[in-house]
Structure formats: structure tokens, C-alpha cells
Design a protein around this ligand. Structure first.
Ligand code: SF4
Length: 338
């Protein structure tokens, strides 16, 4: 395995830091900056992130500004979705391939390290904090698979781990690194107070891939060849149903979701909406035979304010149709997930 050699002109030690914007990554960055090391932050945005309404890019930007370091953001796109379909190291409790996911981010961190002629990569990982990807064996495996063996420093837990190359070469003072481990957040809170850091987002971040209901939807989508970024956007809104024809129907649950579905719809989708009675926006994704439209209209009627009426009027592709609410029994046979 080869690593880039630091440029002779480079005066300071350089490191690439994975910066989610969460407290652990901010603290790790502060610890490295305190040693006079030049830090380049790297952040990943994922279509599965639930961090905040504004997203993890926003939190990372805030954190980078707070720390005074440059930030590079990489979007996890189609290649990441392919990885989720067939992870080498399997899934966690849902469809979360945490080890492969970490290998993905670490590999990109290595590319950036090589591009900058930086000396190592560091993260805010804490030994034993997360069950799948942060136990000792997993940490080693992730480093190996991403081509970073010995080059990943975890300042918050470093003194519990074998010394890394930057430590043994004297680029980093190991004595100033920490021994935090486990799921308690108290040591991190105390350190944050010491650094005067008060405003930080959700400590553990959020990932839809760990959510059981979302995982069921994603499994179903993959099984039907739906793996584009647009397909993933659909999975995040509404109630989901799979018709006998194989087409998917998404039903908005409130005004916000109705708006999102309207925005996601393209000319190849079929849009159904109630005419006068309040109710959901319904989409048949990429299709709409007469039979599909009849069933999707029944779903629209069932989730409208006219669910107890014999029928309601819906509009679809410029036509007004009579739609009879589907029975609960029928709905249960079509529903994806819970
Ligand atoms: S929880 Fe999600 S984002 Fe975090 S490592 Fe696992 S798959 Fe990746």
C-alpha cells in the first residue's frame, strides 16, 4: 500500500478531519488544532440523513466556521446507493451498512489526504460508542479496507488504541490525546464546556437506513429496480403501496407531503387529487394503466375527508373520475412497510 509523501515545501503538519458538525467531530478537530496542525475538514451529505431540517451540510459549515478551518463537502450519490444494495460487511438493524459506509467515507478521505499531501486523517469516533462500526475490530477493518492502515487518528479515544503513524513519527503529541470510550456523553459535554462550545447539533446524527419502516421501503424499492436518487426521495414521504402491476403508489399524509409529491412528480408519473373534498396528493410512480388509476384513486378516496362516503370525485390527467374508498383489507395487501 502506498501513501503520498509530504511535500518538502509544506511547513506544517496537515490532517484531513471528518467533520459531521456533531459534537464529537468538533471536539476532535479542536484537539488537533490545539497541536498546531493544519486541518482540512471533510463532510459528506447523504440522501438518508435526518440531522436537522437544514441538513448536515449546514451543521458542518457552522462547525467549520466556528473552528476556522476550510471545508470540502462530498455528496453521497449513485455509487453510495449501489453500495447499500450489496454491502460486503452486511447490515445493522435496518438497511444500514455501517462498516461499508465508513469504508466509503474513509476512502474518500484518503483521496483528499493524498491530494493535499496531508499526513493523516482523523475522526471524532469514540471507541464503543456505536455498536456496529466503532468497536476495535471494526475500526481496524475499516482502516484496512480504505487503504488507511495506521493513518487514522481518533483523538477522543487515541490513548486506548494502538499508536498511529502520525503519533509514532512525532507529528502528533499522543500525551495530549484522550481516553474517552462508551456511550455516555458526559466526557464530551465536559470537554465542550472547557472549550466554550455551547451550540452543537444532534449528538449521534440521524440515518434513515437504521429505521425499520424506511428499511422495508428501501428493500421493496431495490427489489423492483428503483434505485435512483429520485426513487430515494420518494421513500422519505407519504404512505407507500405496491400494486399488482408492480407500480408504486405514494399517498401524501399532510399538506407538506402533498407539496413535496407535487414537486417530485414528472410527466411520466400519474398525479391524482380530490376535486372538492380535502385529501391527499397521490402519485403512481412512472406509470398508470386504467387499473392502476382505479386502485390509486381508491387510495386517494380512502385517505380523504370523504373516506366514509360511497365515492368522491378525483382529478387525474385532466379527467374527473368517481373513486370509491378502498377497504382496509385491500389496503393491507398493498401496503409497503408499516
Ligand atoms: S448509521 Fe448510516 S450514516 Fe452512520 S455509518 Fe451507518 S449507514 Fe453510515
Amino acid at each position: 500500500m502506498t501513501f503520498s509523501i509530504s511535500s518538502p515545501k509544506k511547513m506544517r503538519v496537515r490532517a484531513v478531519g471528518l467533520l459531521s458538525g456533531g459534537l464529537d467531530s468538533i471536539l476532535a478537530c479542536r484537539l488537533i488544532l490545539e497541536q498546531g496542525i493544519e486541518v482540512f475538514a471533510l463532510n459528506f451529505v447523504s440522501p438518508f440523513c435526518t440531522c436537522t431540517k437544514k441538513g448536515c451540510r449546514h451543521e458542518a459549515r457552522k462547525a467549520a466556521d466556528l473552528l476556522g478551518v476550510p471545508l470540502k463537502v462530498i455528496a453521497k450519490g449513485a455509487d453510495y446507493i449501489q453500495l447499500i444494495k450489496k454491502p460486503r460487511h452486511g447490515y445493522g438493524s435496518g438497511m444500514n451498512p455501517c462498516i461499508d459506509c465508513r469504508v466509503f467515507t474513509f476512502t474518500h478521505a484518503r483521496y483528499y489526504m493524498e491530494e493535499l499531501s496531508a499526513d493523516f486523517v482523523f475522526t471524532g469516533e469514540v471507541l464503543g460508542e456505536r455498536p456496529m462500526s466503532q468497536h476495535l475490530q471494526a475500526l481496524k477493518l475499516i482502516e484496512q479496507d480504505s487503504g488507511l492502515s495506521g493513518r487514522v487518528l481518533r483523538p477522543l479515544s487515541a490513548k486506548l488504541l494502538e499508536p498511529t503513524i502520525p503519533e509514532t513519527r512525532g507529528l502528533v503529541d499522543r500525551e495530549k490525546l484522550l481516553t474517552i470510550q462508551g456511550r455516555s456523553r458526559k466526557p464530551q459535554m465536559a470537554l465542550a464546556a472547557r472549550f466554550g462550545i455551547k451550540d452543537y447539533p444532534c449528538p449521534a446524527g440521524g440515518c434513515l437506513l437504521t429505521d425499520k419502516n424506511f428499511a422495508a421501503r428501501l428493500r421493496d424499492a431495490f427489489a423492483h429496480g428503483e434505485d435512483s436518487l429520485r426513487d430515494i426521495q420518494f421513500l422519505k414521504v407519504g404512505r407507500h403501496f405496491r400494486l399488482g402491476s408492480g407500480k408504486k403508489v405514494v399517498v401524501g399524509r399532510d399538506e407538506r407531503e402533498n407539496r413535496v409529491l407535487n414537486n417530485l412528480a414528472t410527466a411520466s408519473d400519474t398525479l391524482i387529487q380530490p376535486v372538492t373534498i380535502p385529501g391527499p396528493t397521490v402519485i403512481i410512480v412512472q406509470g398508470g394503466t386504467t387499473e392502476d388509476i382505479e386502485i390509486a384513486s381508491g387510495l386517494c378516496a380512502r385517505y380523504s375527508d370523504g373516506k366514509n362516503l360511497p365515492s368522491i370525485q378525483v382529478q387525474c390527467a385532466g379527467s374527473i373520475l368517481d373513486a370509491r374508498p378502498l377497504s382496509e383489507e385491500t389496503i393491507n395487501t398493498l401496503r409497503i412497510g408499516e
